[in-house]
Design a protein around this ligand. Sequence first.
Ligand code: MN
Length: 179
Amino acid sequence: MGQKILVVEDNELNLKLFCDLLRAHGYEAEPVRDGREAVDRAHAFVPDLVVMDIQMPHVSGLELIEQMKADEDLKMTPIMAVTAYAAKGDEERIRDAGAEGYVSKPISVLRFVEAVQNLLTAALARAEEAAAAAESADQPVEAEAEAEAETETQEAPEDGAPSADSADATDPEDEDGQA
Ligand code: MN
């Protein structure tokens, strides 16, 4: 199976179109018809990308994008918004909410698939960058920790000597007492 894509779209025809299109390109598409289920379904499905309709009943795609971007488990998942409105400022609002990509309806099949591929590639690059940054950030900390550990073990015999003596002195008494 290919990469997993959660498709949140209230319109049945669009939902089928998006899912068929993604499956035809080797992706595993998971349809969500009701936006109110989107966050829970995202937690369960763990998608590599979310395709998010903006105009939906009950909850707007913008709200869902904000919710997902505020969610520790979902915030790294790229979101591609799909909207019928091409009004000025719409794209800015969608990007402000945290969506990484934006495609307007009616979609161009080619552009839709290209946008999905580009977002997945960009997300992979970000994840690799983050992993590399975490690795290089870890190294000095580990080195310091090892250095501290060495100093502690070197000092330990000096510190331990007097207490070992006193322990030896008391231990026989304890043992005698217990016996
Ligand atoms: Mn809709």
